[in-house]
Design a protein around this ligand. Structure first.
Ligand code: UT7
Length: 327
């Protein structure tokens, strides 16, 4: 079967930095609490009027440059986001318009922090079956637009950003070796936005409470599921690729919490030097987190040609997934 390989990566983080010290002035928290509990020092915040698709356009420019492909070469755009520009049209359509990918189909994926991994799995399936050849995946979020900056349980965690990857049919032994996706909709209340959808439309029956349109999370509960499922999903894709954890050169996980990442690595018996983290400077950027981390890892020389990379993510839904890639 034809494998899909990543031939270009791009990343974009907005200019404005929101540090832990800035947050100390907004809610009852401390830099010490945030850093020791999460590993985060600062996060980026998009400008007013800077939409999710705008951040994607910046990431796309970099991905095109590193891949050697042009926008007109792209057959399919997948945008993973829970913070779309509009409810209609899709963010992938807005990206298509802005980057002028005139020959592409588009689709959005709503799988929260696991969205980019879902994109990898979809791209792999389409490329393997020959439906599409060149696929562009975006993981992008303007989480500042759905964050309650009066809630210290959540506002210290999230940031904005966008990552892009271009995949094509592999002509060598590199590419995606295995993927795994799973969800548990029964746990929907653990991480959700109560209002603004058909269930509780904003503005209907006098419901103008903006807080209802902001993200809520039972952090402690989510933490436990994250550790369990990220470990299990990782083991599964490693096995499906015919490998053992020792074979993996670098773990590039969703950057939700340094303690979740360390627990996942421990379950795999992977030493810290084989784990990539950039959570300190971006916080949790949901669907953008994995491509931002992959991009940084490549830029820093932590991923080289031929390396075996494990990526794993977990988020609202609940949703989770993992992939093993030979670079
Ligand atoms: O992206 C994918 C999905 N998201 C995640 O994977 C996130 C998963 N969850 C987490 O990362 C962690 O649960 C958090 C970082 C959100 C919270 O860490 P925790 O160690 O689970 O803390 P906790 O919720 O058990 O709270 C411990 C204490 C509480 O005080 P009391 O009740 O013990 O007096 C909280 O009120 O820490 C308090 N607390 C804070 N204190 C200072 C909660 N947030 C803050 C804060 N600053 N920002």
């Amino acid at each position: 079967m034809t494998r899909a390989k990543i031939i270009g990566l791009g990343a974009y983080a907005p200019e404005r930095i929101l540090s832990n010290h800035d947050l100390e002035k907004m809610v009852d928290t401390t830099d010490e609490w945030i850093f020791s509990r999460t590993g985060i020092r600062e996060r980026r915040i998009a400008a007013t009027g800077e939409d999710t698709s705008d951040m994607c356009v910046n990431a796309a420019a970099m991905a095109f440059e590193s891949s050697g492909l042009a926008a007109s070469d792209i057959d399919l755009i997948i945008a993973a986001t829970v913070t779309p520009d509009y409810r209609l049209p899709s963010t992938s359509c807005m990206i298509q318009k802005k980057i002028k990918a005139v020959n592409s189909a588009t689709m959005d994926v709503v799988a929260a922090c696991a969205g980019f991994i879902h994109g990898l799995s979809i791209a792999q399936a389409y490329i393997a079956t020959g439906v599409y050849r060149n696929i562009m995946i975006f993981g992008a979020e303007k989480l500042s637009s759905i964050t309650d900056y009066e809630d210290r349980n959540t506002c210290v965690l999230f940031g904005d950003g966008a990552g892009a990857a271009i995949l094509t049919a592999a002509d060598d032994d590199s590419g995606i070796l295995s993927t795994y996706l799973k969800s548990d909709g029964n746990l929907d209340r653990l991480l959700h936005i109560p209002g603004g959808g058909t269930n509780k439309p904003y503005g209907a029956n006098g419901n103008y409470d903006r807080k209802e349109t902001l993200l809520r999370m039972s952090g402690n509960e989510v933490f436990k599921y994250a550790v369990r499922h990220m470990g299990d999903a990782s083991m599964r894709v490693i096995k499906d690729a015919g490998l053992s954890p020792d074979d993996i050169d670098l773990l590039v996980p969703h950057q939700a919490n340094i303690r979740i990442i360390k627990a996942t690595a421990d379950r795999l018996g992977m030493p810290q030097e084989k784990v990539f983290m950039n959570i300190e400077k971006f916080g949790n950027t949901s669907a953008a987190s994995v491509p931002l981390a992959l991009h940084d890892a490549v830029q820093q020389g932590r991923i080289k040609k031929g390396d075996l990379v494990l990526s794993v993510a977990f988020g609202g839904g609940l949703t989770w997934g993992a992939a093993v890639i030979r670079w």
